[in-house]
Design a binder for this molecule. Structure first.
Ligand code: PBG
Length: 391
């Protein structure tokens, strides 16, 4: 595509029309009407009725736009790319379910039956996702979250089933937290005053970790924000010979309203909130303290959560971390994209890829997202035209 150097309007038009810059008709249209474009561009400095040609009064020396002139040029200088292998798909499996149950606040996401879980997981892995993060929705709950450490519990059963179907072809991850299994909905067990008891909870996490490792999980994700949870779980695993079972620490996890739809997804019974254990959204500094502790305690990967509202935290953690860093694009972020897209307010597919790219730019090597399988499918099929800018 050649722009006439003497014609500022045609080069500007071709640079600005990114997708259509390869289209002869678009360039013909822009070069056939240069004089029509000029007066409107200069509307601020001359009256709209004026037909006087625009003469540049200033020529910048630095022209960053040169690197944006064509799709090929933009591709050449692009810093970040998405790979399906960087994406982790969170999945929900429901005990005793006869069929899938949609989650109304997360259109497109379901509570799986054991069989549909296997089908969807297999499809995601075939498309190339990097891993699967499993959450269980039990039929019965109690104060201690007994189902979490029961080998017959829904999460452990699902882990075992996926491991036997998928082997080592993907990374099978387990949410290591009690909230789905407790009748009060907290991430730990409660003391006689109704407060979450940190150290007693660690005992439960150790039991849960062993059950998950024995079921076949490759990577455990302690997400309860108890002090010492990484050390406690690492010690329990090592004592039983599970030296290769890795830990994906939810390192900086904020007490966030963005988890709203997740509560429906797991049928949470929580009354109140998690502010005595999850982080205050106003704070950045303590994320680095949590990082230091988790790494010292044996975290193999660390995570920041939620995602987009916490990109600053992600960036700081990514700069300081000696281990790989992930981000979790949580249920509320998903729900917001879906709601806006359903109203026709945003271009859904491009918003999805743009948000995933933002995590990569901020320093995440892996991203947990409910879009993982769908996006991997886009890449597997060769990205459609409207998404090629993300290649
Ligand atoms: C705790 C857990 C939560 C999420 C992941 N693990 C809920 C919470 O901390 O309240 C939220 C994930 C999401 O919102 O998508 N087991």
């Amino acid at each position: 595509m050649t722009a006439t150097p003497s014609s500022p309007s045609s080069s500007a038009a071709s640079a600005a029309s990114s997708a259509s810059s390869a289209s002869p008709s678009a360039s013909a249209a822009s070069s056939s009407a240069p004089s029509a474009a000029l007066p409107s561009a200069s509307a601020a400095s001359s009256s709209a009725s004026s037909s006087a040609p625009l003469s540049p009064a200033f020529a910048p020396i630095e022209r960053p736009r040169r690197l944006r002139t064509s799709a090929a040029m933009r591709s050449l200088v692009r810093e970040q790319a998405l790979r399906p292998a960087d994406l982790v798909l969170p999945m929900f499996v429901r005990e005793g379910a006869g069929e899938n149950r949609p989650i109304s606040s997360m259109p497109g996401v379901v509570q799986h039956t054991m069989d549909s879980l296997v089908r969807a997981a297999t499809e995601a892995v075939e498309r190339g996702v990097g891993g699967l993060m499993l959450f269980g929705v039990p039929e019965h709950k109690d104060a201690l979250g007994s189902g979490a450490s029961d080998p017959e519990g829904v999460l452990n059963q699902a882990l075992a089933r996926l491991r036997s179907e998928l082997g080592d072809s993907t990374v099978i991850m387990a949410d290591l937290c009690l909230d789905e299994f407790t009748d009060h909905g907290h991430c730990g067990v409660l003391d006689e005053h109704g407060r979450v008891d940190n150290d007693y909870t660690l005992t439960r996490y150790r039991e849960m970790a062993l059950a998950q490792a024995e079921a076949g999980a490759h990577l455990l994700g302690p997400s309860g924000m108890m002090d010492g949870q990484i050390a406690a779980v690492r010690d329990a695993l090592d004592a039983e010979g599970h030296l290769d079972v890795a830990l994906y620490a939810y390192t900086a996890k904020y007490a966030s309203a963005f988890y709203g739809p997740f509560r429906e997804a797991v049928g949470s019974s929580l009354q109140g909130d998690r502010r005595t254990y999850q982080q205050d959204p106003a704070n950045g500094r303590e994320a680095l303290r949590e990082l230091e502790l988790d790494v010292a305690e044996g975290a193999d990967l660390v995570m920041v959560k939620p995602g987009l509202p916490y990109l600053d935290v992600l960036r700081e953690v990514a700069e300081a971390s000696p281990v790989p860093v992930g981000a979790y694009q949580v249920s509320g972020e998903y729900a917001m994209v879906e709601a806006a897209a359903a109203s026709g307010w945003v271009d859904r597919d491009r918003v999805i890829l743009e948000s995933l790219l933002a995590f990569r730019r901020a320093g995440a090597s892996t991203v947990l997202t409910y879009y993982a399988s769908e996006v991997a499918g886009w890449f597997a099929g060769g990205l459609p035209d409207h998404l090629r800018e993300f290649l």
